[in-house]
Design a protein. Sequence first.
Length: 349
Amino acid sequence: MHVYGKHYRTIWFENGEVHMIDQTLLPFQFRIFIAKTYEETCQAIINMITRGAGAIGAAAGFAMAQAFTEAHIRGNNNLIDIARKEIESTRPTAQNLFFATERVYNAGKTSIEDALKEAQKLADENIEEARKIGEYGNELIKSGCRIETHCNAGWLGFVDYGSALAPIYLAKESGKKVHVFVDETRPRSQGARLTAWELKNEGISHVIIPDNAGAHYMSQGMVDMMIVGADRVAANGDVANKIGTLEKAIVAKRYGIPFYVAVPLSTIDLSCESGSQIVIEERDESEVLFQEGPDDTGQMKRIWVCNPGSEILNPAFDVTPADLITGLITSRGIIEPNIKNIAKLFQLK
Ligand code: MRU
């Protein structure tokens, strides 16, 4: 995708270092963060310098590859297993993270070069899959369509294209007009900050709405379809995604609005029978207590937005049951989410 006319991937590997667009500074500053060690890459995932299912997966794969190199340099093979555990504990809900560490870990058993190649292959596959999701999803979109989305499942959440936003990008590419309702997505405002920035960059008509305005616009007949991403999909089609997704799905059902989840196969966890088994990451209360942004001089500032001293809960994700979801848009086609259809997906080539 393009930033100020230059093509970027969200995350890439160069000379043993992981380079990533620093998403904590967007949309106010565009900077590349460089992680020199696997531990620095882990910190970047925890601090959400890089975030979103696909980008987390790519970062985890690169971190695992860094760990193989570091274990060799330090002459300490135990480091590989220690690193794998550390990487996997950074964001527990994100299935792509586990998918990536396993693949790179297994490849690294042969050689460091194989670990590096596998991590790179994962990142490349991430783009190919996202593009295919975009192509299938585009078939659902008519010109003039008004689409609501939650959080950021765009190219910043992947290596490129994204999941939920990929159909929108492909619709634009094929000459269709689309308009996007962007849920703000508190507490970290990935919608208001990241999705809006991406859509602006790509010249796509959009409007940011407060998190609690979705039901209003859906009830007014102003939303034709909702597309969101996913952080983990259970074998029965239940979907864990950014907190607030469940509410939107309930409201969409109430008003007969199709609710789609766009997802790469690497996000589907066949070992997880249903959504009730998905671990929901709890994040720090500071994300709710404060908001961060630049003052008039461009200096980044943190301000209180809640009553000091009140208790805070901050679950990062919720689970939407499969029966509220119209379809999963995957790189192998669009399916109704149920155990049979999901199992079949993995048999297709
Ligand atoms: O906590 P985040 O920002 O890493 O959340 C993950 C997400 O971006 C979403 O839940 C998203 O909608 C699906 S993954 C691109």
